[in-house]
Design a protein around this ligand. Structure first.
Ligand SMILES: Nc1nc2c(ncn2[C@@H]2O[C@H](COP(=O)(O)OP(=O)(O)OP(=O)(O)O)[C@@H](O)[C@H]2O)c(=O)[nH]1
Length: 418
């Protein structure tokens, strides 16, 4: 069976302030002809006003950031563009040192992370921090762009030196696929178009790599997980016998006739029909939104999960999570939070902070038990009922949780089930 998910690629960009992130995104959009006429006019007017001879490409991205800063709390801007080969969503997060939380928010659904390094400075603490988060979030592909090659005379030697620096720490991280590209975002070298300045480089341009990354095998096709969002009941005498369970498949494949189990109750049945829109289909896979009907009458509600009888997640009330604390307010010991995992929602508390991670040295800190904004820690959670658990490594959809403060409704933490 062909799963056609190659269409859309989500990626995030990370780099330190002034590494050239805005310029790179602007260049990518401009050279791939994804800029609208009116935006182009306004950027060209502003560039002229500022006395630039050429277009200031960073204005495309920075303009977007200005729009965004009006009243949106989580500081991630999404930018869409399309080429004949693929559709792209860029999650653009500011490069400031405190913005771990933004990267976590922007990167949790990303297929790839683009990390920028200023060729003059090489690997810096921020590079390590961002790469660590990318590995923590299990982003399958990492593209390291060594930017501002024009300021180091396009030297191959410098490029290789930075790769060696990068590999000396990245080998400790679990990242499946790392690529390196020498670029100049300012001049456009190796972003969309190849560069004669860098003719010693044999690999693809950034766009070329983004267009050809093989992502369909990154999806978990083995563990079928269908978190129920709503129960569809017969309406107004129509479809009298219809009782469907609607939601979005988190992973895996479902076919009519499959033997399934409903969790947490554990009752088993068979899939009678699968409905997508108005149409009945024989099989469905992630990330399709569908409704399922079963052979037997089982009491199922929102938050339950339909899985294959012979492939079930663990159900536990207490479990470990790698957590990134997102709130200004530190975590309150033993306070109750709302925990959300897939469509399941219940109450939980942080039972224990096992250790915190110093993400500059990757060392564990066993003493400090406070959780402040941007902290990453391994914690033990206890929920009021059992949850259906997959590890985040196996399943990014069902393996992640968020914690919400019940009083303020603020999302205070995002976590990955260990
Ligand atoms: N020489 C040279 N300068 C570059 C290159 N890319 C970016 N710059 C310059 O570096 C400066 C910072 O670029 P930005 O794109 O604003 O940097 P940024 O990382 O997006 O910064 P923030 O958006 O503020 O986080 C600007 O003056 C750019 O013109 C490059 O490839 N070569």
């Amino acid at each position: 069976m062909e799963i056609n998910n190659n269409q859309l690629l989500r990626f995030t960009t990370a780099g330190s302030v002034d590494d050239g992130k805005s310029t790179l995104i602007g260049r990518l959009l401009y050279d791939s002809k994804s800029i609208f006429e009116d935006q182009l006019q306004s950027v060209s007017d502003t560039s002229a006003k500022k006395g630039h001879d050429n277009l200031d490409l960073a204005l495309f991205t920075d303009g977007l950031r200005d729009e965004r800063e009006q009243g949106i709390t989580i500081d991630v801007a999404y930018r869409y563009f399309t080429t004949p080969k693929r559709k792209f969503i860029i999650a653009d997060t500011p490069g400031h040192i405190q913005y771990t939380r933004n990267m976590v928010t922007g990167a949790s659904t990303a297929n790839a992370a683009v990390i920028l390094i200023d060729a003059r400075h090489g690997v810096i603490e921020q590079t390590k921090r961002h790469s660590f988060i990318a590995s923590l979030l299990n982003i399958p592909h990492l593209i390291v762009c060594i930017n501002k090659m024009d300021l180091v005379d396009f030297a191959e030697e410098r490029f290789n030196q930075i790769i060696t620096e990068f590999e000396s720490f990245s080998s400790k991280l679990l990242i499946k696929d790392v690529r390196y590209i020498p670029i100049s975002a300012l001049l456009g070298d190796n972003v969309v178009n190849r560069s004669s300045n860098l003719d010693w480089y044999q690999g693809g341009t950034l766009l070329n790599i983004l267009e050809t990354l093989h992502i369909s095998s990154d999806i978990n096709k083995i563990d079928a997980r269908f978190p129920v969002q709503t129960v569809l009941r017969p309406q107004n005498g129509k479809h009298l016998d219809f009782r469907g369970y609607a939601g979005r498949i988190a992973s895996g494949i479902y076919r009519v006739g499959d033997e399934v189990a409903v969790l947490p109750s554990g009752f088993t049945s068979k899939i009678k029909t699968i409905v997508k829109g108005e149409e009945e289909i024989m099989e469905a896979y992630a990330p399709m939104s569908i409704a399922i009907t079963l052979e037997n009458d089982i009491d199922i509600g929102r938050g339950d999960m339909i899985v294959k009888k012979n492939n079930q997640p663990e159900t536990e009330q207490e479990f470990d999570v790698m957590l990134c604390w997102l709130s200004n307010e530190p975590a309150k010991p033993r306070a109750k939070y709302t925990i959300m995992q897939a469509t399941n929602e219940q109450r939980a508390m942080i039972k224990e902070v096992i250790y915190k991670i110093d993400i500059d040295s990757y060392n564990r800190n066993m003493e400090d038990k406070t959780l402040n904004m941007n902290d990453i820690a391994r914690i033990k959670i206890r929920a009021t009922h059992r949850l259906m658990l997959d590890s985040y490594r196996d399943n990014r959809n069902t393996g992640s949780i968020i914690l919400i403060d019940e009083n303020t409704n603020e999302t205070v933490a995002a976590g990955m089930i260990v």
